[in-house]
Ligand binder design. Structure first.
Ligand code: ADP
Ligand code: MG
Length: 698
């Protein structure tokens, strides 16, 4: 069957379908409605009683406004149809609906109607936007739209469809006609399908395009989401069994003299619960005889470095070297500093390796590493260079791993024979996303912060507030505080941004004549960077003007003020990372987001989120929602599975369910040998090959 075989698909319409990416009859069946209107209960507003009946009303938004204050604050939208009007009321999600409901727009509200005095109202109705797609009510000539009866699917509006009058009604009719001619075979195992009461594939498609009840399309769509997630998880579980977990690992026995001394004597504070459990998970891994592949997630300031140190010492106690790789020289330098402070007294030999060292020094370090006298190597990506040979690498740690690509992880791993791998990330990726992205890793999460941290106070400020800001800075510096002032650095306009930072630096020196002001940016020679950073750490510099080179990892607990210039130009996660530089000690910390006149709506949302919360997980979720997974993770992270129906943000529960089903299936029949799984195998094996291609490179 071809598209043109379907009745009603003219050459012009076929072309439009092609342009929209629908090239086969099967594509039409897989093209799902974006929403449904339950026409069985659409009523004119005049006919409503307001005694709690559940109905759908359709009409035009006449006004949207906020009213009330504090806990009584709410958003009200008046919906008008030919017969009367009704008020939609929201007490939650106010800003979302204020932005998404537009005056003059056609929408349907579904919910419970109540009467208050003269007014009919619906609290928190479900909203369906009708104007962007084609409104089935207005398309008189559309044979497929069962006007006023049944449940009407509304398909995604599309620029190509509009020109050729391809309506929702037609799309549905064509999908049904394909379903009449082609049989879509089942491949989910019966026991799984029965457990969740999913319809078979063919029926599910019918329920998607011509449901008799909302339950039908909900169940059918869930089935297709599940199907996608299940195949994905099945591939993950299979790969884990056959590829990842096969890797033998160094069995590290537990003679822990140095580790114990460090935690019992050197460390000046109690570990948090999160740190303890991460450490015990690592300990279990390295004793297991299998290679550890672990992601350690924890918000900025949660104390991941200590966990890394623990891993390093455990390896050392078993006679192995460790490497700790950081994305910037500043951070590598800082790790070197804190590791030396803590570990040198215990007799640990630590070497720092960066790209800018003199040849003689470098050769000395290299031979130290190759000869095994260096216990720990701290460095930038210089540590994965060809020339670096380890004597006996047992533990490879990557800090701020989102700054590195998958291939760098592989290079580091190849520096030893299956060394244990620990990657650390301060970008708190929502769990579902972490499960999909890092499916080859086990995950440890530190949820708690070290005790005694005061929440950072954050304010969005304007140029007019600057005198106030300066007075505040003077006061804080007088009381012993230290300040970061950060300017954005965006690659396209690097020169200009640098100018911003240097000009800001010059101005601050004029404005704060009594204070020592320092400048730090990526273009400075390494020694200069080091010395500025050292001076700031030792409180010889009180105001540090910087580009975003300080974004990751930098730890100076006495610094309590973060001023971010042009804050509207930063992404949410970046703002959170920057703010994470403060609030590390016991004093109250302050973050000031300086903004210009003009801001996009998105920028305002971002800054507002920063004012509202300091929870890294919430911020990551918000960022993810604003930018979508692709941008959120940046170009470095390829390989994020593209799901067609499932949404990794909203379908986390289903993802877990799918994972569980996949685990059970593989446990009972690892190779899917049972004839019962023949059809699953036919679909799954090609899928698995694709996945292997990705993981082989990581
Ligand atoms: P991050 O997770 O952002 O890498 P760090 O490892 O830099 O965090 O730790 C942040 C700060 O908290 C450091 O100054 C560190 O010494 C301190 N710290 C870490 N763990 C604890 C703890 N359990 N109690 C008190 N302070 C801690
Ligand atoms: Mg860190």
């Amino acid at each position: 069957m071809k598209l043109s075989d379907i009745q009603g698909i003219s050459p012009a319409r076929e072309k439009a379908l092609h342009q929209a990416g629908l090239t086969t009859p099967e594509n039409l069946v897989g093209f799902f409605p974006r929403t449904y209107i339950d026409r069985r209960t659409v009523l004119p507003i005049r006919q409503l009683h307001g005694n709690g009946e559940k109905v759908t009303v359709m009409g035009t938004i006449a006004s949207v406004q906020e009213s009330g204050f504090g806990r009584k604050k709410r958003l009200e939208a008046i919906l008008r149809d030919d017969s009367g009007m009704l008020k939609g009321v929201w007490f939650k999600g106010i800003s979302y609906f204020r932005n998404s409901l537009k005056k003059g727009e056609q929408v349907a509200f579904y919910g419970t109607v109540k009467r208050y005095g003269r007014f009919l109202s619906m609290a928190h109705p479900e909203v369906e936007q009708l104007s962007t797609g084609d409104d089935p009510g207005s398309s008189e000539s559309d044979p497929g739209s069962d006007r006023f009866t049944g449940i009407v699917p509304i398909y995604p509006g599309n620029q190509f469809f509009k020109k050729t009058y391809i309506t929702s009604g037609l799309l549905r009719k064509w999908a049904l006609s394909v379903l009449d001619h082609t049989r879509f075979p089942e491949f989910l195992p019966d026991h799984i399908r029965n457990r969740f009461a999913y319809p078979d594939r063919h029926t599910a498609y019918r329920w998607v395009h011509a449901p008799e009840s909302p339950d039908q399309y909900k169940k059918a769509i869930e089935r297709f989401k599940f199907e996608e997630l299940f195949l994905f998880e099945l591939s993950v579980v299979t790969l884990k069994k056959t590829v990842f977990d096969k890797a033998p690992g160094i069995r590290m026995t537990n003679t822990s003299p140095v580790t114990r001394r460090f935690f019992n004597e050197t460390l000046p504070f109690e570990l948090t619960e999160g740190q303890k459990s991460a450490l015990s998970e690592i300990k279990n891994d390295i004793r297991s005889g299998r290679q550890m592949n672990r992601l350690l997630q924890g918000d900025v300031g949660s104390g991941k470095t200590i966990v890394a140190i623990g891993a390093i010492l455990m390896a050392m106690d078993s006679g192995y070297q460790s490497v700790l790789m950081a994305p910037t020289e500043i951070l590598a330098e800082q790790h070197m500093h804190s590791l030396s402070q803590w570990l040198a007294p215990l007799g640990v030999n630590i070497r720092l390796l960066t790209g800018h060292q003199k040849k003689v020094l470098r050769e000395d370090i290299q031979s130290d590493i190759a000869g095994g006298t260096a216990h720990v190597v701290v460095g930038t990506h210089a540590v994965i260079q060809e020339a670096i040979r380890f004597y006996r690498l047992g533990m490879a740690i990557i800090d701020e791993q989102h700054r590195f690509g998958v291939s760098q992880r592989a290079l580091l791993r190849d520096k030893g024979e299956n060394p244990h791998i620990l990657v650390m990330s301060a970008t708190p990726i929502p769990r579902s996303l972490a499960m999909t992205l890092y499916s080859d890793l086990d995950i440890s999460v530190i949820r708690d912060l070290p005790p005694g941290r005061k929440p950072i106070r954050t304010r969005v400020l304007r140029e007019a507030d600057r005198p106030k800001v300066h007075r505040f800075l003077s006061e804080q510096i007088r009381e012993g505080g230290q300040v970061y002032v950060v300017y954005p650095l965006i690659e396209e306009s690097e020169a200009m941004d640098l100018k911003n930072a240097t000009e800001g630096f010059d101005q601050l020196r004029i404005d704060f004549p009594q204070t020592s002001v320092g400048l730090l940016h990526g273009r400075m020679p390494s020694e200069e960077k080091e010395s500025v950073m050292r001076d700031f750490t030792q409180n010889k510099i009180q105001i540090l003007v910087s580009t975003t080179v300080i974004e990751v990892g930098v730890d100076v607990p006495n610094a309590t003020i973060m001023v971010i210039e042009h804050a509207e130009r930063f992404g949410l996660s970046q703002l959170h990372q920057l703010r994470g530089r403060i609030g590390r000690g016991l004093r109250q910390s302050y973050c000031m987001l300086m903004t210009g006149f003009r801001q996009s709506k998105e920028a305002r949302t971002r800054l507002g989120t920063m004012e509202e919360t300091s929870d890294g997980f919430k911020i990551a979720e918000a960022d993810l929602r604003l930018r979508g997974p692709g941008d959120f993770l940046g170009t470095r992270q390829s390989g994020l599975p593209e799901f067609r129906y499932a949404d990794i943000l909203n379908d986390q529960f289903l993802l877990e369910v799918a994972k569980k089903s996949a685990l059970e299936l593989v446990a009972s029949d690892p190779d899917l040998k049972n004839p019962e799984f023949n059809s699953l195998r036919r679909v799954f094996l090609p899928y698995l090959e694709e996945k292997k291609k990705f993981f082989r490179m990581s």
